[in-house]
Ligand binder design. Structure first.
Ligand SMILES: [Zn+2]
Length: 104
């Protein structure tokens, strides 16, 4: 069941964003093979629905949701991020977390 949880804001990296978390779960899928029916399990990915704007940097929930949907979160693999960025037509250069934290 989905439950409320606080996650890291993809913009300011503070754990202050209220979201509704949908846990990943195993889903059974029936496939028909010559010998009969076989169940194949695959794991759905967990999802977050942003409930409120970021109280720290003021990004709206729409902006945070978009950032989560386009994969600017630590949960996603590097490859997953590249794929999603390509699909959404954004530049494919990924700025690493370390680089983003660098301050003059
Ligand atoms: Zn923020």
């Amino acid at each position: 069941m989905p439950h409320e949880t606080v996650i890291e804001c993809p913009f300011c990296k503070r754990n202050v964003v209220k979201t509704l978390k949908f846990e990943s779960f195993l889903q059974a899928e029936r496939t028909h093979i010559s010998a009969g029916t076989k169940y194949v399990y695959h794991r759905t990915s967990e999802k977050y629905e942003v409930l409120d704007k970021c109280p720290n940097c003021g990004k709206t929930k729409e902006e945070i949701q978009k950032a989560l949907d386009t994969g600017i979160t630590k949960e996603l693999s590097h490859e997953g991020r590249l794929k999603r960025l390509k699909e959404s037509g954004l530049p494919t250069k990924i700025v690493s977390k370390r680089e983003m934290k660098k301050r003059p």
